[in-house]
Write a protein that binds this ligand. Structure first.
Ligand SMILES: [Zn+2]
Length: 445
């Protein structure tokens, strides 16, 4: 029996387009192996933004760890190539995934209209794909052929996010893999952190671990989540006290709901918090699965041109949770950022990861270099508002937690989903069984 094989098709030595191929020996199959894909996402920019699916000859099973775009929105393209593949995800992820698909189809159609090119996928592709989905709750084992089983366990991070404990048991030979997906051990306002001890008796041969915060934010030198929450609330109160407005760019899929709950639970009046970026359906999902506070209709910005202008014209102190975590083109976050950037009383608070190539990443880079102005679209702006980062609010595990997790893998640790230079810095002093999962490079486990 051959050992399992692993290859990152995207999201190996980068953050974005996560897609990982596992091959488990299966002599009875026509291809000789069971082909399992974990995640199929996109990069946040550009049309050539999907994983390298051309490496694949066939796919039996697709498992989606969570509903962030960089982990799931390329799935319809993969299923169009391999229509027989069965897709597994948790029920919570499924609810959020439907919203991602709705948004993605709308974006694809708009891009196709603007460029004259074929859309990446259509509503029909999505409908066909949905027929292949099986829902699997946390802790319910998926039994696959070739003696392979997959146990989805809570990963914290966002609603529905799962880590995967995969095992191939062929009598004489056994191999276990822990695939972390995006993982966080700290409790958030709406969801608990990943459990630290879910497999006390189960050895792990291979850990395939996300490296977003590897070699950064060591716990000893940064604030814990609670302290960071308090710092954000203090900063918001100060801005409101000075008659200013605070814009917080947030990922719509989880962070918008989480931040709403955090602000409300810390006593920020609901009437001062606006939610921009079509949030109603997401909040309904959170109401179904969590204990989130009700969002009053008056606080939702429904129609961007009309409602947003109405809010800005009032010129009252407020907090705006604006969707578009990286301040992408056309996002509510970017539009709101334009409104505050030149005002000294206003603020822009960054609570999540921003890709260096995204508009948000560019703004942070400008500020780090001490530049005083920035171009947004065709306009040039002076940077006068306060811009503050809150890295301790990351919904990814910190460096120390990642290293604790890595200790449990006895044969090999493959770091994926991390900035190339950070992973390389870690590897420079890491034990020999730590490696980087580079895109397109196969590894025998
Ligand atoms: Zn994620």
């Amino acid at each position: 029996m051959k050992s399992p094989r692993f290859k990152a098709l995207g999201g190996g030595d980068e953050i974005g387009a996560s897609c990982y191929h596992y091959k488990f020996s299966w002599p009875k199959s026509r291809y000789g192996y069971l082909s399992v894909i974990v995640d199929c996402g996109m990069r946040p920019h550009g049309r050539s933004s999907g994983p390298k699916l051309e490496y694949l000859r066939h796919v039996d099973v697709i498992i989606i760890t969570h509903a962030h775009a960089d982990h799931c929105v390329f799935t319809p393209v993969l299923v169009r190539m391999f229509p027989e593949a069965v897709i597994y995800m948790t029920p919570e992820t499924y609810d959020l995934f439907l919203i991602q698909m709705e948004d993605s189809v709308a974006i694809n159609m708009r891009n196709a209209k603007e460029t004259g090119e074929q859309p990446l996928f259509t509503k029909i592709d999505v409908e066909r794909m949905l027929m292949q989905i099986k829902l699997v709750p946390f802790w319910h084992r998926i039994d696959l052929p070739a003696g392979v089983s997959v146990l989805p366990v809570p990963a914290g991070h966002i609603l529905g996010a799962a880590s995967l404990y995969m095992k191939q048991d062929c009598g004489r030979q056994e191999h276990s893999i822990f695939h972390s997906g995006d993982i966080s051990f700290e409790n958030q306002c709406l969801i608990p952190g990943a459990p630290k001890r879910f497999y006390p008796n189960s050895p792990i041969n291979t850990g395939v671990l996300e490296a977003t915060n590897l070699h950064s934010h060591p716990r000893s030198t940064t604030r814990n989540r609670k302290e960071e929450e308090n710092r954000l609330i203090e900063e918001i109160c100060e801005v409101l006290g000075n008659g200013g407005r605070a814009v917080i760019p947030v990922l719509k899929i989880h962070r918008q709901s989480e931040m709403w709950e955090m602000l409300v639970s810390h006593g920020i009046p609901q009437s001062k918090i606006f939610i921009d970026g079509n949030p109603s359906k997401i909040f309904e999902i959170y109401q179904k699965h969590t204990s989130i506070s009700r969002l009053p209709e008056s606080q939702i910005i429904h129609h961007w041109r009309h409602d947003r202008w109405k809010m800005w014209r009032k010129n009252e102190p407020c907090v705006i949770l604006a969707s578009g975590g990286m301040m992408q083109e056309r996002s509510a976050a970017l539009e709101n950022a334009r409104m505050v950037i030149e005002n000294e009383n206003d603020a822009l608070f960054v609570v999540n990861y921003m890709d260096p190539c995204s508009p948000g990443g560019e703004l942070l880079d400008h500020i780090a270099r001490g530049k005083k102005e920035i171009e947004i679209g065709l306009e040039r702006f002076d940077i006068r508002c306060r811009v503050e980062r809150f890295p301790g609010l990351s919904s990814h595990a910190g460096n120390d937690d990642l290293l604790d997790l890595a200790e449990r893998a006895r044969d090999r640790v493959i770091w994926i989903h991390g900035e190339d230079k950070r992973v390389k810095k870690h590897l420079a002093s890491a034990p020999g069984h730590h490696v980087q999962g580079k895109n397109g490079k196969g590894i025998t486990l």
